[in-house]
Ligand binder design. Sequence first.
Ligand SMILES: [Zn+2]
Length: 479
Amino acid sequence: MESKQETNSETAADTPRRSANFYGSVEERLIAQQRRKRARLRFTITALLVGGLISWMASDMLAPDIASANLSAKPAPSNPVLSAELIALAPMQRDYESDALGNGDTLAALLTRARVNPVEADAALDQLRTVYDVRGLKPGQSVRIHREWPAGQDKSTHEGRFAGFDFIPVPEQKVIVRRTDHQSFTAIKRDRLLTDRHFLADSLINSSVYEAARSGGMSPNLVVELIRLFSFTIDFQRDIREGDQLEVLYTRKFDENNQVAQEGDIIFAALTNRGKRYAYWRMPHDDGSHNYFDAKGQSVQRLLMKTPVDGARLSSRFGMRRHPILGYTRLHRGLDFAAPKGTPIYAAGDGVIQRLGTYGNNGKYIRIQHRNGYETAYAHMNSFARRLKKGSRVSQGQIIGTVGRTGLATGPHLHYEVLHYNKPVNPRELNVPPQRNLDAQALTQLSQLKADIAEKVSGLAVSNNSLRSLPRRSSALNP
Ligand SMILES: [Zn+2]
Protein backbone atom coordinates (compact mmCIF):
# COMPACT_ATOMS: atom_id res chain seq x y z
CA MET A 1 0.00 0.00 0.00
CA GLU A 2 2.66 2.44 1.13
CA SER A 3 4.94 1.74 -1.81
CA LYS A 4 2.11 2.14 -4.28
CA GLN A 5 1.13 5.54 -2.91
CA GLU A 6 4.74 6.69 -3.11
CA THR A 7 5.08 5.62 -6.74
CA ASN A 8 1.90 7.41 -7.74
CA SER A 9 2.82 10.70 -6.13
CA GLU A 10 6.28 10.51 -7.69
CA THR A 11 4.91 10.05 -11.19
CA ALA A 12 2.30 12.76 -10.78
CA ALA A 13 4.85 15.24 -9.51
CA ASP A 14 7.44 14.46 -12.16
CA THR A 15 5.36 14.39 -15.31
CA PRO A 16 4.84 18.16 -15.72
CA ARG A 17 8.48 18.79 -14.86
CA ARG A 18 9.67 16.32 -17.43
CA SER A 19 7.83 18.14 -20.19
CA ALA A 20 9.22 21.46 -18.96
CA ASN A 21 12.75 19.99 -18.88
CA PHE A 22 12.47 19.09 -22.52
CA TYR A 23 12.90 22.75 -23.38
CA GLY A 24 14.76 23.78 -20.19
CA SER A 25 18.36 24.65 -19.42
CA VAL A 26 21.18 22.25 -18.49
CA GLU A 27 20.94 23.30 -14.83
CA GLU A 28 17.21 22.61 -14.81
CA ARG A 29 17.86 19.23 -16.37
CA LEU A 30 20.49 18.42 -13.74
CA ILE A 31 18.15 19.44 -10.91
CA ALA A 32 15.42 17.28 -12.41
CA GLN A 33 17.83 14.37 -12.68
CA GLN A 34 18.74 14.75 -9.00
CA ARG A 35 15.09 14.87 -8.07
CA ARG A 36 14.42 11.68 -9.94
CA LYS A 37 17.37 10.02 -8.25
CA ARG A 38 16.09 11.06 -4.83
CA ALA A 39 12.61 9.90 -5.71
CA ARG A 40 14.00 6.54 -6.82
CA LEU A 41 16.00 6.27 -3.62
CA ARG A 42 12.94 7.17 -1.59
CA PHE A 43 10.97 4.51 -3.42
CA THR A 44 13.67 1.90 -2.84
CA ILE A 45 13.86 2.70 0.88
CA THR A 46 10.09 2.54 1.17
CA ALA A 47 10.01 -0.79 -0.61
CA LEU A 48 12.76 -2.11 1.65
CA LEU A 49 10.98 -0.92 4.76
CA VAL A 50 7.64 -2.34 3.73
CA GLY A 51 9.34 -5.60 2.81
CA GLY A 52 11.07 -5.57 6.17
CA LEU A 53 7.84 -4.89 7.99
CA ILE A 54 6.03 -7.70 6.21
CA SER A 55 8.81 -10.19 6.91
CA TRP A 56 9.00 -8.96 10.51
CA MET A 57 5.28 -9.61 10.94
CA ALA A 58 5.50 -12.97 9.25
CA SER A 59 8.55 -14.04 11.23
CA ASP A 60 7.05 -12.78 14.44
CA MET A 61 3.83 -14.66 13.97
CA LEU A 62 5.74 -17.87 13.47
CA ALA A 63 8.42 -17.09 15.97
CA PRO A 64 8.64 -18.91 19.31
CA ASP A 65 7.29 -17.18 22.38
CA ILE A 66 10.50 -15.79 23.74
CA ALA A 67 10.20 -14.17 27.11
CA SER A 68 12.88 -11.51 26.73
CA ALA A 69 12.61 -8.45 24.50
CA ASN A 70 14.27 -9.03 21.15
CA LEU A 71 15.22 -7.02 18.09
CA SER A 72 12.57 -7.64 15.51
CA ALA A 73 14.37 -6.41 12.36
CA LYS A 74 17.54 -4.84 11.01
CA PRO A 75 18.41 -1.35 12.29
CA ALA A 76 16.73 1.46 10.37
CA PRO A 77 18.90 3.15 7.74
CA SER A 78 19.33 6.81 8.63
CA ASN A 79 18.28 8.88 5.66
CA PRO A 80 17.06 12.49 5.62
CA VAL A 81 14.51 11.62 2.94
CA LEU A 82 12.47 9.50 5.39
CA SER A 83 9.15 11.10 6.16
CA ALA A 84 7.65 11.08 9.66
CA GLU A 85 5.20 8.45 8.53
CA LEU A 86 7.99 6.15 7.41
CA ILE A 87 9.84 6.64 10.66
CA ALA A 88 6.74 5.25 12.35
CA LEU A 89 7.39 2.04 10.41
CA ALA A 90 10.92 1.79 11.73
CA PRO A 91 11.94 -1.53 13.32
CA MET A 92 10.76 -1.88 16.85
CA GLN A 93 11.84 -3.72 19.91
CA ARG A 94 9.10 -5.45 21.86
CA ASP A 95 8.23 -7.14 25.12
CA TYR A 96 5.04 -8.24 26.83
CA GLU A 97 3.20 -8.43 30.11
CA SER A 98 0.74 -11.20 31.01
CA ASP A 99 -2.67 -10.94 32.60
CA ALA A 100 -5.56 -13.39 33.02
CA LEU A 101 -9.31 -13.04 32.62
CA GLY A 102 -11.17 -13.03 35.92
CA ASN A 103 -14.75 -14.17 36.56
CA GLY A 104 -17.09 -12.07 34.41
CA ASP A 105 -14.06 -10.31 32.95
CA THR A 106 -13.70 -9.25 29.31
CA LEU A 107 -10.76 -8.77 26.99
CA ALA A 108 -11.70 -5.09 26.69
CA ALA A 109 -11.46 -4.69 30.47
CA LEU A 110 -8.17 -6.56 30.50
CA LEU A 111 -6.74 -4.21 27.84
CA THR A 112 -7.98 -1.20 29.82
CA ARG A 113 -6.17 -2.53 32.88
CA ALA A 114 -3.03 -2.71 30.75
CA ARG A 115 -3.49 1.03 29.98
CA VAL A 116 -4.17 0.41 26.29
CA ASN A 117 -5.71 3.39 24.48
CA PRO A 118 -9.46 2.55 24.10
CA VAL A 119 -9.53 3.40 20.38
CA GLU A 120 -6.61 1.05 19.71
CA ALA A 121 -8.09 -1.63 21.95
CA ASP A 122 -11.35 -1.43 19.96
CA ALA A 123 -9.49 -1.67 16.66
CA ALA A 124 -7.55 -4.69 17.89
CA LEU A 125 -10.68 -6.40 19.26
CA ASP A 126 -12.54 -5.78 15.97
CA GLN A 127 -9.78 -7.63 14.15
CA LEU A 128 -9.82 -10.42 16.73
CA ARG A 129 -13.53 -10.99 16.15
CA THR A 130 -12.85 -11.76 12.49
CA VAL A 131 -10.92 -14.91 13.46
CA TYR A 132 -12.12 -15.85 16.95
CA ASP A 133 -15.41 -15.90 18.82
CA VAL A 134 -14.61 -14.14 22.09
CA ARG A 135 -17.57 -15.85 23.79
CA GLY A 136 -15.34 -18.95 23.86
CA LEU A 137 -12.98 -17.30 26.35
CA LYS A 138 -13.08 -18.61 29.89
CA PRO A 139 -12.06 -17.14 33.25
CA GLY A 140 -8.42 -17.87 33.91
CA GLN A 141 -7.46 -17.43 30.24
CA SER A 142 -3.97 -15.97 30.16
CA VAL A 143 -3.33 -13.14 27.68
CA ARG A 144 -0.02 -11.56 26.70
CA ILE A 145 -0.08 -7.84 25.90
CA HIS A 146 2.82 -6.66 23.76
CA ARG A 147 4.47 -3.25 23.78
CA GLU A 148 6.98 -1.87 21.33
CA TRP A 149 9.43 1.01 21.12
CA PRO A 150 11.99 2.08 18.50
CA ALA A 151 14.87 -0.33 18.07
CA GLY A 152 18.13 0.65 19.67
CA GLN A 153 16.49 2.93 22.21
CA ASP A 154 16.11 2.34 25.89
CA LYS A 155 12.63 1.19 26.86
CA SER A 156 12.62 3.27 30.03
CA THR A 157 12.66 6.48 27.98
CA HIS A 158 9.55 5.37 26.07
CA GLU A 159 6.12 4.51 27.34
CA GLY A 160 6.09 1.70 24.76
CA ARG A 161 3.08 1.65 22.50
CA PHE A 162 0.52 -1.14 22.35
CA ALA A 163 1.66 -3.70 19.76
CA GLY A 164 -1.14 -6.24 20.07
CA PHE A 165 -1.85 -9.30 22.17
CA ASP A 166 -2.04 -13.06 21.90
CA PHE A 167 -3.43 -16.03 23.79
CA ILE A 168 -3.76 -19.81 23.60
CA PRO A 169 -7.47 -20.66 23.97
CA VAL A 170 -6.90 -24.40 23.52
CA PRO A 171 -3.52 -26.12 23.58
CA GLU A 172 -3.70 -26.79 19.84
CA GLN A 173 -4.34 -23.18 18.86
CA LYS A 174 -2.85 -19.74 19.22
CA VAL A 175 -4.64 -16.48 18.45
CA ILE A 176 -2.45 -13.51 17.58
CA VAL A 177 -3.43 -9.86 17.14
CA ARG A 178 -0.62 -7.58 15.94
CA ARG A 179 -0.29 -3.90 15.11
CA THR A 180 0.43 -3.29 11.42
CA ASP A 181 0.72 0.53 11.43
CA HIS A 182 -1.09 3.54 12.90
CA GLN A 183 -4.27 2.31 14.63
CA SER A 184 -4.45 -0.70 12.41
CA PHE A 185 -4.29 -4.32 13.52
CA THR A 186 -4.40 -7.75 12.01
CA ALA A 187 -5.44 -11.05 13.59
CA ILE A 188 -4.67 -14.66 12.81
CA LYS A 189 -5.48 -18.00 14.38
CA ARG A 190 -2.87 -20.66 13.88
CA ASP A 191 -2.52 -24.33 14.81
CA ARG A 192 0.16 -25.35 17.25
CA LEU A 193 1.92 -28.57 16.46
CA LEU A 194 1.88 -30.67 19.61
CA THR A 195 3.88 -33.82 20.04
CA ASP A 196 3.33 -36.61 22.53
CA ARG A 197 6.24 -37.68 24.67
CA HIS A 198 6.27 -40.75 26.88
CA PHE A 199 7.28 -40.77 30.52
CA LEU A 200 7.69 -43.55 32.99
CA ALA A 201 6.86 -43.34 36.67
CA ASP A 202 8.36 -46.32 38.41
CA SER A 203 8.19 -45.93 42.17
CA LEU A 204 7.96 -47.94 45.33
CA ILE A 205 5.06 -46.78 47.45
CA ASN A 206 6.31 -45.39 50.74
CA SER A 207 3.36 -43.42 52.05
CA SER A 208 0.67 -43.21 49.37
CA VAL A 209 -0.07 -43.91 45.74
CA TYR A 210 -0.52 -40.18 45.29
CA GLU A 211 2.96 -39.41 46.59
CA ALA A 212 4.54 -42.24 44.57
CA ALA A 213 2.88 -41.07 41.36
CA ARG A 214 3.82 -37.43 41.97
CA SER A 215 7.43 -38.38 42.59
CA GLY A 216 7.32 -40.12 39.21
CA GLY A 217 6.56 -36.74 37.64
CA MET A 218 2.82 -37.21 37.12
CA SER A 219 0.63 -34.12 37.32
CA PRO A 220 -2.02 -33.97 40.06
CA ASN A 221 -4.83 -34.34 37.50
CA LEU A 222 -3.30 -37.43 36.00
CA VAL A 223 -2.80 -38.90 39.48
CA VAL A 224 -6.54 -38.48 40.12
CA GLU A 225 -7.17 -40.45 36.96
CA LEU A 226 -4.73 -43.11 38.06
CA ILE A 227 -6.41 -43.45 41.42
CA ARG A 228 -9.80 -43.68 39.75
CA LEU A 229 -8.45 -46.40 37.48
CA PHE A 230 -7.43 -48.56 40.43
CA SER A 231 -10.31 -47.59 42.69
CA PHE A 232 -12.38 -50.23 40.90
CA THR A 233 -10.20 -52.96 42.39
CA ILE A 234 -8.17 -51.55 45.27
CA ASP A 235 -9.17 -49.79 48.46
CA PHE A 236 -6.52 -47.15 48.92
CA GLN A 237 -7.35 -46.71 52.59
CA ARG A 238 -6.94 -50.32 53.59
CA ASP A 239 -5.11 -52.32 50.92
CA ILE A 240 -1.94 -50.33 50.19
CA ARG A 241 1.20 -51.52 51.98
CA GLU A 242 4.65 -49.99 52.13
CA GLY A 243 6.74 -51.61 49.42
CA ASP A 244 3.87 -51.91 46.96
CA GLN A 245 5.03 -50.87 43.54
CA LEU A 246 3.64 -48.45 40.99
CA GLU A 247 4.53 -48.41 37.30
CA VAL A 248 2.88 -45.92 34.98
CA LEU A 249 3.61 -45.09 31.36
CA TYR A 250 2.05 -41.74 30.56
CA THR A 251 2.27 -39.03 27.94
CA ARG A 252 2.43 -35.28 27.90
CA LYS A 253 2.04 -32.94 24.94
CA PHE A 254 4.78 -30.48 24.05
CA ASP A 255 4.65 -27.45 21.77
CA GLU A 256 7.19 -26.39 19.12
CA ASN A 257 9.28 -24.64 21.78
CA ASN A 258 9.58 -27.74 23.91
CA GLN A 259 7.21 -26.38 26.53
CA VAL A 260 4.53 -28.56 28.12
CA ALA A 261 1.32 -27.62 26.36
CA GLN A 262 -1.14 -30.15 27.70
CA GLU A 263 -1.51 -33.15 29.95
CA GLY A 264 -1.47 -36.47 28.22
CA ASP A 265 -2.90 -39.86 29.03
CA ILE A 266 -2.12 -42.87 31.12
CA ILE A 267 -1.05 -45.45 28.54
CA PHE A 268 -0.34 -48.26 30.93
CA ALA A 269 -0.54 -48.63 34.70
CA ALA A 270 0.43 -51.46 36.99
CA LEU A 271 0.16 -51.64 40.73
CA THR A 272 1.74 -54.50 42.63
CA ASN A 273 -0.28 -54.74 45.81
CA ARG A 274 0.93 -57.19 48.48
CA GLY A 275 2.55 -59.32 45.78
CA LYS A 276 -0.43 -59.28 43.42
CA ARG A 277 -0.05 -57.30 40.22
CA TYR A 278 -2.95 -55.36 38.73
CA ALA A 279 -2.17 -54.02 35.27
CA TYR A 280 -4.26 -52.05 32.80
CA TRP A 281 -3.66 -50.98 29.21
CA ARG A 282 -5.35 -48.07 27.53
CA MET A 283 -6.96 -49.11 24.32
CA PRO A 284 -8.40 -46.52 21.94
CA HIS A 285 -11.56 -47.39 20.02
CA ASP A 286 -12.48 -46.37 16.50
CA ASP A 287 -15.10 -43.93 17.74
CA GLY A 288 -12.44 -41.92 19.59
CA SER A 289 -13.33 -43.25 23.01
CA HIS A 290 -11.08 -45.53 25.01
CA ASN A 291 -11.14 -48.08 27.80
CA TYR A 292 -8.60 -49.65 30.07
CA PHE A 293 -8.33 -53.41 29.82
CA ASP A 294 -6.62 -56.00 31.94
CA ALA A 295 -4.37 -58.70 30.49
CA LYS A 296 -7.39 -60.92 29.75
CA GLY A 297 -9.14 -58.20 27.77
CA GLN A 298 -11.73 -57.34 30.39
CA SER A 299 -12.46 -53.68 30.85
CA VAL A 300 -11.91 -52.12 34.23
CA GLN A 301 -15.10 -52.68 36.14
CA ARG A 302 -17.36 -49.79 36.81
CA LEU A 303 -17.19 -48.67 40.37
CA LEU A 304 -20.91 -48.12 40.66
CA MET A 305 -23.87 -48.45 38.34
CA LYS A 306 -25.67 -45.25 37.52
CA THR A 307 -29.00 -47.05 37.18
CA PRO A 308 -29.27 -50.13 39.41
CA VAL A 309 -32.67 -51.15 38.09
CA ASP A 310 -33.84 -52.35 34.69
CA GLY A 311 -36.55 -50.79 32.57
CA ALA A 312 -37.00 -47.89 34.95
CA ARG A 313 -37.88 -44.30 34.15
CA LEU A 314 -36.04 -41.50 35.93
CA SER A 315 -38.88 -39.73 37.75
CA SER A 316 -36.99 -37.33 39.99
CA ARG A 317 -33.53 -35.88 39.73
CA PHE A 318 -30.81 -35.09 42.20
CA GLY A 319 -30.92 -31.59 43.69
CA MET A 320 -33.26 -29.11 45.39
CA ARG A 321 -36.93 -29.89 44.90
CA ARG A 322 -40.30 -29.62 46.52
CA HIS A 323 -41.04 -32.87 48.29
CA PRO A 324 -44.18 -34.41 46.76
CA ILE A 325 -45.64 -35.44 50.11
CA LEU A 326 -43.97 -33.28 52.75
CA GLY A 327 -44.59 -30.18 50.59
CA TYR A 328 -41.48 -28.22 51.47
CA THR A 329 -38.33 -27.69 49.43
CA ARG A 330 -35.25 -29.68 50.31
CA LEU A 331 -32.31 -31.43 48.77
CA HIS A 332 -33.27 -34.57 46.94
CA ARG A 333 -30.23 -36.65 47.83
CA GLY A 334 -30.60 -39.22 45.09
CA LEU A 335 -32.45 -40.29 41.97
CA ASP A 336 -35.96 -41.71 41.78
CA PHE A 337 -36.66 -44.42 39.25
CA ALA A 338 -40.31 -45.20 38.64
CA ALA A 339 -40.80 -48.90 37.93
CA PRO A 340 -43.54 -51.45 38.47
CA LYS A 341 -43.73 -53.08 41.88
CA GLY A 342 -41.55 -56.19 41.96
CA THR A 343 -38.91 -54.98 39.43
CA PRO A 344 -35.49 -56.32 40.51
CA ILE A 345 -32.96 -53.95 42.05
CA TYR A 346 -29.22 -54.62 41.61
CA ALA A 347 -26.27 -53.93 43.88
CA ALA A 348 -24.62 -50.97 42.14
CA GLY A 349 -21.14 -52.27 42.93
CA ASP A 350 -19.20 -54.85 44.91
CA GLY A 351 -19.50 -54.26 48.64
CA VAL A 352 -20.83 -55.20 52.03
CA ILE A 353 -24.38 -54.64 53.27
CA GLN A 354 -24.27 -52.17 56.10
CA ARG A 355 -27.94 -51.75 56.81
CA LEU A 356 -30.98 -53.78 55.81
CA GLY A 357 -34.46 -53.25 57.22
CA THR A 358 -37.20 -50.66 57.69
CA TYR A 359 -35.74 -47.18 58.11
CA GLY A 360 -38.31 -44.41 58.82
CA ASN A 361 -39.69 -42.64 55.76
CA ASN A 362 -37.37 -44.69 53.57
CA GLY A 363 -39.47 -47.79 54.17
CA LYS A 364 -37.64 -50.99 53.38
CA TYR A 365 -34.05 -49.87 52.93
CA ILE A 366 -30.62 -51.28 52.05
CA ARG A 367 -27.30 -49.53 52.37
CA ILE A 368 -24.11 -51.00 50.85
CA GLN A 369 -20.56 -50.00 51.63
CA HIS A 370 -18.17 -50.01 48.63
CA ARG A 371 -14.47 -49.27 48.27
CA ASN A 372 -12.85 -45.91 48.76
CA GLY A 373 -15.56 -44.25 50.83
CA TYR A 374 -18.48 -44.92 48.50
CA GLU A 375 -21.85 -46.12 49.75
CA THR A 376 -25.13 -46.70 47.95
CA ALA A 377 -28.63 -46.67 49.45
CA TYR A 378 -31.91 -48.09 48.13
CA ALA A 379 -35.26 -47.00 49.59
CA HIS A 380 -39.02 -47.77 49.36
CA MET A 381 -38.23 -51.39 48.47
CA ASN A 382 -41.00 -53.96 48.32
CA SER A 383 -38.86 -56.92 49.40
CA PHE A 384 -35.27 -57.97 50.11
CA ALA A 385 -33.48 -60.82 48.37
CA ARG A 386 -33.42 -64.00 50.44
CA ARG A 387 -30.50 -64.72 52.74
CA LEU A 388 -29.21 -61.12 52.60
CA LYS A 389 -28.47 -59.52 55.96
CA LYS A 390 -26.22 -56.93 57.50
CA GLY A 391 -22.59 -57.93 56.74
CA SER A 392 -23.44 -59.93 53.58
CA ARG A 393 -21.04 -59.47 50.65
CA VAL A 394 -22.70 -58.56 47.38
CA SER A 395 -21.23 -58.24 43.92
CA GLN A 396 -22.06 -55.73 41.25
CA GLY A 397 -25.29 -56.59 39.44
CA GLN A 398 -26.49 -59.05 42.10
CA ILE A 399 -30.24 -58.73 42.83
CA ILE A 400 -30.74 -57.35 46.33
CA GLY A 401 -34.52 -56.86 46.30
CA THR A 402 -37.45 -55.40 44.38
CA VAL A 403 -39.10 -52.04 43.76
CA GLY A 404 -42.01 -51.07 46.02
CA ARG A 405 -43.68 -48.09 47.69
CA THR A 406 -42.92 -48.67 51.36
CA GLY A 407 -42.32 -45.67 53.64
CA LEU A 408 -43.19 -42.18 52.41
CA ALA A 409 -43.78 -42.72 48.67
CA THR A 410 -46.50 -41.62 46.24
CA GLY A 411 -46.07 -44.67 44.01
CA PRO A 412 -43.77 -47.61 43.37
CA HIS A 413 -40.25 -46.35 42.71
CA LEU A 414 -36.65 -46.86 43.72
CA HIS A 415 -34.99 -44.01 45.56
CA TYR A 416 -31.26 -44.50 44.85
CA GLU A 417 -28.47 -42.62 46.62
CA VAL A 418 -24.71 -42.58 46.19
CA LEU A 419 -22.67 -41.24 49.09
CA HIS A 420 -19.00 -40.45 49.11
CA TYR A 421 -17.69 -40.21 52.68
CA ASN A 422 -21.30 -39.60 53.78
CA LYS A 423 -21.83 -36.76 51.34
CA PRO A 424 -24.56 -37.34 48.75
CA VAL A 425 -23.30 -37.20 45.17
CA ASN A 426 -25.26 -37.22 41.96
CA PRO A 427 -25.13 -40.81 40.61
CA ARG A 428 -25.41 -39.42 37.09
CA GLU A 429 -22.18 -37.53 37.55
CA LEU A 430 -20.12 -40.54 38.53
CA ASN A 431 -17.36 -40.32 36.01
CA VAL A 432 -16.68 -43.92 35.19
CA PRO A 433 -16.06 -45.55 31.83
CA PRO A 434 -18.66 -47.97 30.49
CA GLN A 435 -17.87 -51.62 30.75
CA ARG A 436 -16.79 -53.37 27.61
CA ASN A 437 -15.21 -56.70 26.78
CA LEU A 438 -13.08 -57.40 23.74
CA ASP A 439 -13.85 -59.68 20.81
CA ALA A 440 -11.18 -61.92 19.23
CA GLN A 441 -9.94 -59.27 16.80
CA ALA A 442 -9.66 -56.65 19.52
CA LEU A 443 -7.85 -59.14 21.73
CA THR A 444 -5.18 -59.52 19.03
CA GLN A 445 -4.91 -55.73 18.93
CA LEU A 446 -4.56 -55.65 22.69
CA SER A 447 -1.68 -58.15 22.69
CA GLN A 448 0.10 -56.11 19.98
CA LEU A 449 -0.49 -53.00 22.09
CA LYS A 450 0.88 -54.75 25.18
CA ALA A 451 4.05 -55.76 23.32
CA ASP A 452 4.58 -52.18 22.04
CA ILE A 453 4.06 -50.73 25.49
CA ALA A 454 6.36 -53.28 27.13
CA GLU A 455 9.09 -52.28 24.69
CA LYS A 456 8.56 -48.60 25.45
CA VAL A 457 8.57 -49.21 29.20
CA SER A 458 11.79 -51.24 29.14
CA GLY A 459 13.42 -48.63 26.89
CA LEU A 460 12.51 -45.87 29.31
CA ALA A 461 13.57 -47.96 32.31
CA VAL A 462 17.03 -48.45 30.77
CA SER A 463 17.49 -44.75 30.06
CA ASN A 464 16.24 -43.97 33.54
CA ASN A 465 19.00 -46.04 35.09
CA SER A 466 21.68 -44.16 33.23
CA LEU A 467 20.28 -40.87 34.49
CA ARG A 468 19.76 -41.82 38.10
CA SER A 469 21.82 -38.85 39.32
CA LEU A 470 19.35 -36.39 37.80
CA PRO A 471 16.42 -35.13 39.82
CA ARG A 472 13.39 -37.37 39.65
CA ARG A 473 11.42 -35.13 37.32
CA SER A 474 14.12 -35.10 34.66
CA SER A 475 14.18 -38.86 34.57
CA ALA A 476 11.32 -38.55 32.12
CA LEU A 477 12.72 -39.01 28.63
CA ASN A 478 11.78 -39.17 25.02
CA PRO A 479 10.91 -42.62 23.77
ZN1 LIG B 1 -36.20 -40.06 46.10
